[in-house]
Ligand binder design. Structure first.
Ligand code: KG4
Ligand code: ZN
Length: 342
């Protein structure tokens, strides 16, 4: 039995997770504590890196304490540590990496610097067990929108598509600002959309032309289109049908994401799709993905919402995989790489 501590600090969530890796390869989640600085970013309409770094510094040790309390374990029980070393905000990542190095050095246990995106995919193993190889991951959050072919979580991950401008969650956050909904925009837009008509306004689906990169996404044009539509109504003194705008915008995002992901899985002959990241909590995305995957004969796996957003448990789950696969640990010279590729 091996106890693995996972530390995540790439954006505005300080996450500490603890898992137990059993001899038979089973992984059990023992603690998943998250401290978010999201409230401190609300009035800026987005994450302020300097504020996030400071918040991580303040939250790291208390979050760590809570995680050990919940797990009923002590620091001396830890056998290995996994920490997000990229991609993410530089100062934010450095807080987690520094903490992980200090704990690894003082406890004399191996340290694994690991990729945040691989962590998002690994989160699903906590809910649905080991991933088949290969599988296709659609990662959609405030910071990333990517399609990944995952052959092996311990290294063989290939990006087959990504956004060429805004991430899907970023589009939600920007559209929310345009129509006067609070940050982060995903949850309030999702709620309003359920009261609206998704066919009310024909917003554009980015990069879906015959000559466009088939697996890449673009959400900047959609966001601008929503802004122009709203501005035009405001100029004419008309009331904005917020619910219909939200439903139509949400339909455009879910349509493009699921169409491209299902197309990729079908064309690459991949039978399992994992959707993770904060936007995976979206109600319409989940329904449409389930419909389209079922029609295409693809197994769909979506972790519970708490494991879709940034957390330490996903890094601990990834760590369990790295340990089980016999991957070489990182050296204590490990640093953060804000642009770490998969
Ligand atoms: O994974 P996450 O917590 O942090 C990042 O790594 O970015 O994702 C946060 C993003 C935000 O942009 C938020 O608006 C979006 O996920 N989000 C949603 C929903 N819940 C959160 N987007 C659409 N629908 C939701 N229900
Ligand atoms: Zn993330």
């Amino acid at each position: 039995m091996t106890i693995i501590l996972g530390i995540e600090s790439s954006c505005d969530e300080t996450g500490v997770g603890i898992v137990r890796l059993d001899r038979d390869g089973g992984v059990e989640l023992l603690a998943d504590e998250v401290a978010s600085s999201v409230d401190q970013h609300v009035r800026f309409g987005g994450v302020v890196p300097e504020i996030a770094s400071r918040a991580h510094l303040e939250a790291m040790v208390p979050t760590m304490r809570r995680a050990f309390e919940v797990a009923g374990l002590g620091l001396s029980d830890v056998d290995a540590i996994t920490v997000t070393c990229g991609p993410g905000l530089s100062g934010a990542l450095l807080v987690g990496v520094s903490a992980a190095k200090a704990y690894a050095m003082s406890l004399g246990v191996p340290l694994y610097g690991a990729n945040h995106l691989a962590g998002h995919v690994a989160a699903d193993t906590l809910d649905h067990g080991p991933l088949p190889s290969p599988c296709l991951a659609l990662l959609v959050s405030g910071g990333h929108s990517q399609l990944l072919r995952v052959d092996d979580l311990s290294g063989k991950i290939t990006e087959i598509g990504s956004t060429i401008d805004d991430a899907a969650g970023e589009a939600y956050d920007k559209v929310a600002r345009v129509i006067g909904l609070p940050y982060p925009g995903g949850p309030p837009i999702d709620k309003a959309a359920q009261r609206g008509n998704p066919k009310a306004i024909a917003f554009p689906r980015g990069l879906t032309g015959p000559r466009d990169a088939k697996y890449d996404f673009s959400f900047s044009g959609l966001k601008t289109s929503v802004a122009r539509w709203v501005e035009a109504r405001e100029r004419d003194g008309e009331e904005i049908p917020v619910d219909d705008v939200c439903a139509s915008f949400q339909e455009a995002v879910a349509d493009v994401l699921t169409a491209k992901a299902v197309r990729a899985a079908t064309e690459l002959g991949i039978g399992t799709m994992v959707i993770s990241g904060g936007v995976a909590a979206n109600s319409r995305l989940k329904v449409l993905a389930a419909e389209r995957c079922a029609a295409a004969g693809i197994e769909l796996r979506v972790p519970r919402p708490r494991l879709c957003t940034d957390n330490g448990a996903m890094m601990a789950a990834l760590g369990a995989h790295l340990v089980a696969a016999g991957v070489q640990p990182s050296s204590l010279d490990l640093s953060a790489n804000p642009a770490l590729p998969v």
